[in-house]
Design a protein around this ligand. Structure first.
Ligand code: GLN
Length: 484
């Protein structure tokens, strides 16, 4: 039960071998046992989850099931869910019960899926280790002294430790792919605009994108089928025809052209990660794909560009947390300005404050041209690198993260070294492209390694195909952490 695919769960439900209520109870019990150690979930609501499960069982009995009906999904606590506490990992929202559903939550509800609980995350999705959460760090089940990655660390651990069959994440600079890599699961960040941002708490709006995290590419395809789709309430939502992301899964890989960016295999990449990625590429060649060297010359600019643009957008987005309408308010204050100041001083953690200060600085009158406008120009160059690369290949592959999971606390005092863990993922967000991470082996320390697959705009089905064919030939994605 814990290791089966979503498709298998769906057949078990359809054949009445198990009910959704039983399924949800099984996972809730596991969460009850293991969450005290892992800290993957921050909010559970047994009553609500079971009510949804009962409704799903009724749909199944009435023959009205769709592929995800009755399946429990862990929801990253960045997605507003009606009647659920929705915190975004922050003290600022630690008392906020959402009055409405995010588009993604609505889509899952419409599909008859069950909300299993809200998962822990870096505060406002700012981080790469889940250590900036107000609710404390999440542990990686592959080694509980190591981080699960971030910011979707709770979702990653929930899937890796089999506390949930699947989960949602969001990715602004790598937050689906990097934790997927560090916990040995599969995750996809779709093309910007594919999944509506309505009700997904904003960090950096031009980069934020929701996506699925699961045990396999096939599961991710089924989840994306539900999550994707036009939504007029998000002005950057793409008005495109609905597509079936599972349509190409069975396609053979003969003739697939894989671009290997020279810059992604250079200094800074750990030997164990390099070895696992090389072995994965050898497997792709065996499956009939061809590899070509490409260059993404502006890769080195992606971290500095991101750390101007993302904080700039964050400083604007987070201005709404003022203690007036909802969320945390300082208990004692003098006048209105003092209330704002104390609320924000107490409600935000240090990483969020750092980003707000950087963002405010780069947007200020004297520095706007020098930093913000400059970064926007460089963003264009980074996107152009990819456009050129995709003239030579169908997909790009390389490591997702330069290292395997690092130790809790190892990078907490060194923000720049933390920022560097997204060196291979961030450019993909800056360009708005789809990217995914697939487990491809283990490093010298025995911890999981992720292979990153980047596609051209709207190439999700092709990427999922490449990932699925690899998963048919290998079993890395089936490995569960020992003891879980
Ligand atoms: N780690 C990056 C950051 O801290 C990306 C986070 C994300 O994708 N949400 O901003």
């Amino acid at each position: 039960m814990l290791n089966v695919s979503l498709k298998e769960l769906s057949s078990l439900l359809a054949e009445k071998k198990i009910s959704s209520v039983e399924l949800v109870q099984t996972f809730l019990q596991r969460i009850g046992e293991l969450n005290p150690v892992l800290n993957a979930f921050v909010t559970l609501d047994t009553e609500k989850s079971l009510a949804q499960a009962r409704a799903a069982d009724a749909l199944i009995a009435a023959g009205k099931a769709t592929p995800l009906t009755g399946i429990p999904i862990a929801q990253k606590d960045i997605f507003c869910a009606r009647g659920w506490r929705t915190t975004c990992g922050s003290k600022m929202l630690s008392n906020f019960v959402s009055p409405y559903d995010a588009h993604v939550i609505e889509q899952f509800n419409r599909a008859g899926a069950v909300n299993l609980g809200k998962t822990n995350m870096d505060e406002f999705a700012m981080g790469s280790s889940n250590e900036t959460s107000f609710f404390g760090p999440v542990k990686n089940p592959w080694g509980t002294s190591t981080v699960p990655g971030g910011s979707s660390g709770g979702s990653a651990t929930a899937v890796a430790a089999r506390l949930a069959p699947a989960a949602t994440g969001s990715d602004t600079g790598g937050s689906i792919r990097q934790p997927a890599a560090l916990t040995g699961i599969t995750g996809i960040k779709p093309t910007y605009g594919t999944v509506s941002r309505y009700g997904m708490i904003a960090f950096a709006s031009s980069l934020d994108q929701g996506g699925p995290m699961a045990k396999s590419a096939e599961d991710c395809a089924l989840l994306l089928n539900v999550m994707a789709g036009f939504d007029s309430r998000d002005s950057t939502s793409l008005a495109r025809d609905k597509e079936d992301y599972a349509r190409d899964l069975a396609r053979p890989l003969q003739g697939l052209k894989i671009g290997l960016p020279r810059e992604y295999f250079a200094t800074g990449l750990s030997a164990g990660v390099a070895r696992a990625v090389e072995a994965a590429l050898a497997e792709y060649r065996r499956l009939g794909a061809e590899t070509v060297e490409i260059s993404l010359p502006n890769t080195r600019l992606s971290i500095p560009v991101y750390y101007v643009l993302a904080p700039a957008e964050a400083s604007s987005n987070l201005a709404r947390y003022d203690g007036v309408r909802y969320g945390y308010r300082a208990p004692q204050y003098g006048d209105l300005t003092d209330m704002y100041q104390k609320t924000r001083a107490q409600g935000f953690g240090p990483e969020v404050k750092r980003r707000i200060m950087i963002g405010t600085y780069v947007l200020s009158a004297g520095y706007y041209d020098a930093y913000y406008i400059k970064a926007q120009k460089l963003r264009r160059l980074i996107a152009r690198d990819f456009a050129q690369a995709f003239r030579q290949c169908d997909v790009i592959m390389g490591p997702t993260s330069p290292t395997t999971a690092f130790k809790l606390g190892e990078k907490s005092d060194d923000p720049v070294s933390m920022y560097l863990s997204d060196i291979y993922t961030i450019a993909v967000n800056l360009a708005g492209l789809p990217g995914m991470s697939v487990p491809c082996g283990f490093g010298d320390d025995g911890l999981p390694v992720g292979l990153q697959i980047v596609g051209n705009y709207f190439a999700e089905a092709r990427m999922l195909n490449a990932a699925h064919q690899y998963q048919l030939a290998t079993d890395w994605h089936r490995r569960a952490p020992p003891g879980f």
